[in-house]
Write a protein that binds this ligand. Structure first.
Ligand SMILES: [Zn+2]
Length: 279
């Protein structure tokens, strides 16, 4: 703390020595009395090098300096924080740009998908009614074709069933050719005559096994004419027919009026064709 002594004019124009203290800031000198310092106090502290004194005016500045220093420190802290924030914000910017890049790609994909959909929609809307009607017609035709294929399959199947039924029925039958016809005009008499002859034939060929009850029906085929019409004989049991067919060699042992007959299976057209080829 700096102190000086200066001469001042006192009462009665006497010269007095006045001790003064120097302001550390403005270098102004202030007498002890005016700034409430005493010799005793100054004697104790004036020699301590770290003690300093400032006038009232400068003290404000000194206090301000303290505030300034604090502010400075705060500013430094803030600067550091700001640097940290800048680093952080740079990282965030990077993250955001990566995210937005991803989102942009997604967005572009979505956009192109939407464009595709709207193109399709537009295309389908642009289809003329004629085209739509044409497509419908084609589809209907397609369905019709399928239905007719199915119908044909059903027909074939039912034809097959019919053929099988027909063949099964024919397996109960024989046809007798050249069996002399009754000349009577009465149908009932003719039928009874035929029946009698057929029974004799069947009985003889089966050694008496086939009875009248074995025969379901007997009738002449074709329209009445001078020619001898073949006779259809239907058995209840096809085994009876087989017995007859297996014993045709016995025909030559029949009575003279019956010996000239011919006996055959009841064949459908296809079977007859095959037979004629074989024969
Ligand atoms: Zn000062």
């Amino acid at each position: 703390m700096e102190t000086t002594t200066s001469e001042k004019r006192g009462r009665g124009n006497k010269t007095v020595l006045v001790k003064e203290v120097t302001c550390v800031v403005c270098n102004g000198s202030f007498p002890y009395k005016t700034v409430e310092l005493t010799d005793e106090l100054m004697g104790k502290v004036s020699e301590i090098p770290n003690f300093s004194w400032s006038c009232d005016d400068c003290l404000i500045h000194v206090k301000n300096l303290k505030v300034y220093n604090e502010l400075n420190a705060k500013q430094r802290e803030m600067k550091e924080e700001l640097v940290g924030l800048k680093v952080k914000s740079n990282e965030m910017v990077k993250e955001i740009s990566v995210l937005s890049d991803k989102n942009e790609k997604k967005f572009i994909a979505l956009q192109s998908a939407i464009v595709d959909i709207s193109k399709d929609l537009k295309a389908s809307l642009n289809k003329s009614w004629a085209e739509v009607a044409g497509e419908m017609k084609n589809k209907v035709q397609e369905v019709n074709r399928e239905v007719s294929t199915i119908c044909k399959t059903i027909e074939k199947t039912s034809d097959g069933i019919k053929i099988n039924n027909d063949l099964e029925e024919r397996m109960h039958n024989i046809i007798i050719y050249q069996l002399k016809q009754c000349k009577d005009n009465d149908k009932v008499i003719c039928n009874s005559h035929d029946r009698k002859q057929i029974l004799e034939i069947c009985s003889q060929l089966s050694d008496g096994y086939i009875k009248e009850s074995s025969i379901k029906s007997i009738f002449r085929l074709g329209v009445r004419s001078d020619k001898v019409r073949p006779v259809m004989v239907k058995f209840y049991d096809k085994r009876d027919r087989n017995i007859v067919m297996e014993n045709l060699k016995k025909i030559k042992g029949l009575s003279s009026s019956l010996r000239c007959i011919g006996v055959n299976y009841d064949l459908n057209k296809e079977q007859r064709d095959v037979f004629s080829v074989v024969l």
